[in-house]
Design a protein around this ligand. Structure first.
Ligand code: OOG
Ligand code: MG
Length: 263
């Protein structure tokens, strides 16, 4: 699809947006278009973002995905990716998420960062990210692939805004120097049962490396991070499927817990 025209990207973005709105699984784009490239896929994602913004949705930040071995192995894709986060996807700690708005959601534990100063450029490092971060915050990301059986290839998941669906934002915020970001442990529980555990070093050695990579990837499109944006570093553990009545919590060392229920 190297020479695809903008209308084709828009049509594919609309297909994914309709699946999300109608809560319906669709076939992977790469079934129809096996030659779809990663750069085509980001163009489709940008088109999807443009359509959401045109519909009045406000961008609040970004998410990295597939940044830990646990996630890469479970999804069969070993390349870190990024997506966009919108205001309407933010959920308060302790709130209930209605499953009739989602397709086949899964929950995963992540560290997120609130950006304190603009960050851009191809040469940004974890150290410059640390200097620009205002705070670290624990989150549960609820991912919900629009593809059948939650299966995709790399270009599919990029086009689908990296399965972004909801973000449950923890109440406690800490400065980056208050916690050891590599050693920060997490225990993910579903209905009181431990379903996954991990340490944040699982995310590219240090979640700040994930944010540095995000800034480098955004720089390819002359974009960057702005003050006040929320950025997810990617799941530390694999994601767990959720059903009606489930309660999921993630307890982070030094950062408290975040919880969500599903009804
Ligand atoms: C893709 C999104 C991955 C993460 O934290 O690794 C992601 C998926 O697994 O559906 O959000
Ligand atoms: Mg995630």
């Amino acid at each position: 699809m190297v020479s695809a025209c903008p209308q084709e990207f828009a049509e594919l973005a609309e297909r994914l947006l309709r699946a999300e709105a109608e809560r319906r699984e669709v076939e992977q784009l790469t079934v129809d278009i096996p030659e779809l490239t990663v750069s085509d896929a980001y163009r489709i994602q940008r088109e999807l973002v443009r359509l959401k913004q045109a519909a009045g949705q406000r961008l609040i930040g970004f998410k990295m995905g597939l940044t830990s071995r646990a996630k890469q192995k479970s999804m069969g894709v070993d390349v870190p990716i990024y997506g966009h986060l919108f205001e309407e996807t933010a959920v308060d700690d302790g709130a209930a998420v209605h499953l009739d708005q989602l397709i086949h959601p899964r929950a995963e534990a992540e560290l997120a960062f609130v950006i304190g100063a603009e960050l851009s450029g191809r040469h940004v490092t974890a150290a410059s990210v640390a200097a620009a971060v205002e705070s670290v915050v624990p989150v549960i990301e609820i991912i919900d692939s629009r593809y059948r059986d939650f299966k995709f290839k790399l270009p599919d998941v990029i086009a689908d805004n990296t399965s972004a669906s909801r973000v449950v934002i923890g109440r406690r915020r800490a400065g980056v120097s208050e916690v050891d970001l590599r050693l920060t442990g997490v225990v993910l529980e579903r209905n009181g049962e431990v379903v996954a555990t991990g340490a944040a070093a699982a995310v590219l050695g240090n979640p700040l490396e994930s944010i540095a990579l995000l800034v480098q990837l955004l720089a390819r499109d002359s974009s960057g991070l702005e003050r006040g944006q929320l950025v997810l570093a990617g799941a530390i553990t694999e994601a767990v499927p959720v059903r009606r009545g489930d309660v999921v919590s993630a307890a982070f060392d030094g950062l408290g817990s975040v919880m969500v229920s599903f009804c």
